[in-house]
Ligand binder design. Structure first.
Ligand SMILES: [Zn+2]
Length: 182
């Protein structure tokens, strides 16, 4: 099945907490197809992450991957079901983010630099690992989607918000395609 449409801010699914996936359902054909569709949709939209609510499915699943660039490491594809994300410290770092459900905007968002990721993978096996830096940022962005939160809610100062076209024009050395967009 091809990529599915990404819903945008205003759709109630983006503001509804997602439901956990019953572990017995993870290996079903239906759920595996959903995961495939999420991966295809993320790649088609040139995002580095996608949460199920962004295609209108209110389940606790997100996927992420990054090809890698000068600024960001290559991150292989991850599928996380029923996640629990725990920050390692109270420390926060600011960096630019965008969202496939809020197209063409970038803003500075504080995130924890290191988080523990627990949950299940697409086979239903237990996950427990540490994500840091860019990966930690993506994980927190996607986890927020499962709780009906978008990056705008996390911004401390809306004055950094800008349209990508203007942003790339005035932000020396910044590439809107090389930010955490999920
Ligand atoms: Zn997003």
């Amino acid at each position: 099945m091809p990529a599915r449409p990404v819903i945008r801010l205003g759709h109630p699914a983006l503001r509804t907490p997602a439901q956990p996936v019953p572990p017995a359902q993870i290996r079903t054909e239906e759920l595996q197809q959903l995961v495939e569709d999420m991966v295809d949709t993320m790649h088609a939209a040139h995002g580095v992450g996608l949460a199920a609510p962004q295609i209108g499915v209110e389940l606790q699943i997100f996927v992420y991957a990054c090809e890698g660039s000068e600024r960001h490491p290559h991150i292989p594809l991850h599928v996380v079901v029923n996640p629990l994300i725990t920050p390692h410290s109270r420390e926060l770092v600011y960096d630019w983010e965008g969202c496939l459900s809020i197209p063409d905007l970038r803003g500075l968002v504080p995130r924890h630099p290191e988080v523990r990721v627990q949950g299940l993978d697409r086979e239903g096996r237990r996950l427990d690992y540490i994500a840091d830096g860019f990966e930690a940022r993506i994980v927190q962005h996607e986890y927020d989607h499962l709780n009906g939160i978008v990056f705008l809610d996390r911004m401390r100062d809306l004055r950094s918000l800008g349209y990508t076209e203007e942003w790339s024009q005035y932000m020396e050395g910044e590439d809107p395609d090389d930010t955490a967009v999920g």
